[in-house]
Design a protein around this ligand. Sequence first.
Ligand SMILES: [Zn+2]
Length: 60
Amino acid sequence: MPLYEFQCSACDAIYERLMRFGASETPACPECGGRSGRRLMSTFAQAGGGSDRGCSPGGT
Ligand SMILES: [Zn+2]
C-alpha cells in the first residue's frame, strides 16, 4: 500500500497514512481529530515545472 501525506486544514499537522490504491477518504487528524485534511502532493510532483531544466532566474 502507498503511503500518503496529509495536512490538516484545522491545525496544520502533517501526518502520514497507509492507504490502499483508489481510497479517497481522508483519515482523521491525529492531533485534533478533524477530517478536513488534504492530501499532499507526492514528492516527485512538487518541483512544479515537470521539465528537467531546473531554476532559470529571469525566465527564458
Ligand atoms: Zn488537526
